[in-house]
Design a protein around this ligand. Structure first.
Ligand code: GTP
Ligand code: MG
Length: 371
């Protein structure tokens, strides 16, 4: 529903808000300056004040930004994007560290993951790449899903064999099911003397995750991030699942992707971690994400290296946004800055209107409560 506050309408016409209110009063409606009126009423008022009105529809502005519907040119195979989920301390980051021969855990404050990491791992067997996303809890994943962003092809559910299925394990299962993403279970910490992998399988059954040995179709792998046990097998199972999913893309087009996280860095300015999903993102590209725009100044790989471009399923840090976008925002490359400005100013305006509308809605209900 398109709507505008009286203040904003007056501002855009360079008229006084009281004059708008007076006109509305003539039509029999009492309004405050902060009230929201619908687009039709706003148009009537504007015309009465001698202005011509040009209404811009979302479909005009957003037109052609994303080729979501047309995937007929997606003929190249792309790497799977795997989100690692599970209860706190069950070993998500350790497992990823082991897979990529790195050590992120020891650098984390209190051993707790604070922000999202996105990495590519090359399978030693097949030489194929897998993109992994490490999540702090599920807040980020939830936020992205709530905004309709689909970034994950497969969920690796990490369950510590000595601890079993815990509340966040169940949350992760529910997320994966709601998003219709296949689960691969990594039963971790099997090196521990009190590890009970069979108990984990039984507990999973209670949450409708039926592993193969129980007659289901969910693959499970017993691993130890500590001793690097069965990591090849886990990679192999992911590769197999990816083959079944038959993931396709087109790298020969302007990039489309999703913002995984973004922040304002003191030295580098706005920095966004972006997962490129189609096309190729290049230095110099003009980009929009949510209500932010920019020109790609630098791209930094998961290895911390400066790169000139990033193709499908590749996570990169993007420098050059005018402000940090939000997690879950879709990124698109546009032809020129004028187009970028058109899109982002429309979205920024839309955002303000929505905020104003929800505030005035709140006020309305407060008043109802008072009377
Ligand atoms: P959050 O990011 O806080 O949710 O935790 P996480 O799931 O990333 O767990 P993390 O990798 O930080 O590991 C938690 C603890 O478990 C650390 O002390 C690890 O050393 C330990 N750990 C992880 N994997 C294993 C394993 O395979 N065996 C043993 N014995 N300990 C492990
Ligand atoms: Mg972690």
């Amino acid at each position: 529903p398109e709507a505008i506050t009286i203040q904003e309408l007056a501002n855009r016409m360079s008229e006084r808000a009281v004059d708008v209110i007076r006109l509305l009063m003539k039509q029999g409606a009492m309004h405050k300056i902060t009230d929201v009126i619908d687009a039709d009423t706003a148009q009537l008022i504007a015309e009465e004040l001698g202005h011509t009105v040009k209404r811009v529809a979302a479909s005009d502005v957003e037109e052609g930004l994303f080729d979501i519907v047309d995937d007929s040119t997606d003929t190249e195979t792309r790497s799977p994007v795997v989100t690692v989920m599970g209860h706190v301390d069950h070993g998500k980051t350790s497992l990823l560290d082991a897979l990529r021969h790195a050590n992120v855990v020891s650098g984390e404050a209190g051993g707790i993951t604070q922000h999202i990491g996105a990495y590519q791992v090359v399978s030693p067997e097949s030489g194929k790449k897998i993109t992994f996303i490490d999540t702090p809890g599920h807040a980020a994943f939830t936020a992205m899903r709530a905004r309709g962003a689909k970034v994950t092809d497969i969920v690796v559910l990490v369950v510590a064999a000595d601890d079993g299925v815990m509340p966040q394990t169940v949350e992760a299962i529910n997320h994966a099911k709601a998003a219709r993403v296949p689960i691969i279970v990594a039963i971790n910490k099997i090196d521990k003397p009190d590890a009970k992998p069979e108990r984990v399988r039984t507990e999973l059954l209670q949450h409708e995750v039926q592993v193969e040995s129980f007659g289901g179709d969910v693959v499970d792998v017993e691993v130890s991030a500590k001793n690097k046990t069965n990591l090849d097998k886990l990679l192999e199972m992911i590769a197999l699942q990816a083959e079944i999913l038959d993931l396709k893309t087109n790298s020969q087009r302007p990039a489309e992707g999703t913002v995984i996280e973004a922040k304002l860095d003191r030295g580098r300015g706005p920095v966004a971690t972006v997962l490129v999903q189609r096309g190729t993102l290049r230095v110099g590209d003009i980009i929009v994400a949510g209500a932010e725009m920019g020109r790609v100044r630098a791209l930094i790989s998961d290895q911390g290296e400066t790169v000139q471009e990033a193709g499908p399923s590749v996570p990169v840090e993007v420098l050059g946004f005018n402000g940090p976008p939000e997690a879950g925002d879709r990124l698109a490359v546009v032809e020129n800055e004028a187009r970028a400005r058109q899109v982002t100013s429309y979205r920024a305006h839309q955002k303000r209107e929505n905020a104003a509308a929800s505030i005035s809605g709140m006020r309305g209900s407060l008043e109802q409560m008072m009377s």
